[in-house]
Ligand binder design. Sequence first.
Ligand code: ADP
Length: 486
Amino acid sequence: MALKRAGRIKILHVSPEAVPFSKVGGLADVAGSLPPALGELDADSRLLTPAWPGVLDAAADRGFKLTRITRKAEAAIRWRIYRGSVWKCSGPGMEAYLLDEPSLFGGPVYPDELTPYSATPFLFLSLAALDLPEAARWAPDVIHCHDWGTAPLSAALGWHRYFREAPRSFSTVFTIHNLAHQGLLPLESLGDWGIDPDGAGVDGFEFFGMANLMKAALIASDAITTVSPGYAGEIMTEEGGEGLGGLLRSLAPKVSGILNGLDDQSWNPASDPCLPAAYSHNNMAGKALCRQKLLEAAGWEDDGRPVFVSVGRMAEQKGLSILLPALERMTAMNCRLFIMGSGQAEYEGAVLKAASRFPDSVFGHIGYDEPLSRLAYGGGDFFIMPSRFEPCGLSQLIALRYGAIPVVRAVGGLKDTVFEEGPDKNGFVFPDYSPESLLEAVSRALKTFADKGAMAKLISGGMKKDYSWRQSAPLYKKLYESLPAR
Ligand code: ADP
């Protein structure tokens, strides 16, 4: 039974990436915007995230107040004590701790290959978080871990020789942002960071002969959430469970799906400084200029053809294996495609090849470029997202807010947020993971494109819908309050 806590509930979020400090994908958007949204609900909600290269300078440039706390946060890994300086970073809506240990947080956020050595930054972030309450003299009621990079924190509470015995005054929540990345290490490496040999069994880390960080965290956490109700159902199946479906079914009473919210202040076409003109659902005039600038960025003249935009990681998850074979037929159907992203070399190469083959219809930008992505959302007529699986997806929420009509596959969070039927109709949805199913949705989208009134209605409905944290943050708060006070 949940016990009543005195005063405001205190939550520490721990994430390897968080906007505005660092960003690789949607996790950063969520980890940066959920804590302030909880603050609005009168929770004392703080964030711990690494000071990756440039983060401290960027925080100072943004006007955040930075103060180094006196004591360092420490953790022992492979018989060495790592000590990280902790910078308290405060500003409007933000209370964060930036963990600074240049020998660990001196490179890109995620390594190309996970090894016991390249995992050290994540082990340190996780174990240092357990030392933070003492270092910062601030005791959270709940520690909320985000994704595999912080899984060692919850896992340590289950099997770490010190932490499993140590008194603690907090409960834990673990959020699965993407079950495809679980953090696999050799079983033998567990002892190097203090895990007792009894953690190496099937009731702990063991997963097909490897140590699975996320698996252990799922078992050891008090509550598990994932980022949409649709994905919460899918991860409990054999097909969507990535090897952990059975375990998640057995843990079902503590699993829930809470839709990610969008930071609709940062993602707002009425005030986005990256857009050449502002617009809103009441006054759409500026969107035409955004579209014009997007066409110019692609080197195109406007000839009335619709522009389908895609912004995202070029990974198998994102459906490039059905989008790429559909490109030629889309161009034949009179579509233009503005595709931006980076990731697997074979997909990057294929996009560039299509762009050189169809220079007047396909444009490819390889790389991470937030201002250009904002122009793409602002200038696009449609946003295409044919994901094989999609835990929540923020891109389609941004697209809705910017009046680019989503064309998505009915999976995970896409299925929960984009509807082709009913009163909430706001886009086009296809069922099968195939180029044919995608093309059928594109052809339905094209029919609507020819009908200005229907387009305007769809766009305005999508822009008006509230997919912000105002809907979802209260659900997290309720969850925290339901956890046992320790
Ligand atoms: P995921 O977290 O799986 O990458 P999401 O749709 O949840 O996917 O979030 C992706 C976020 O990253 C969105 O904010 C999107 O705009 C952004 N993004 C992805 N690729 C790029 C890119 N190449 N340039 C700019 N922003 C990008």
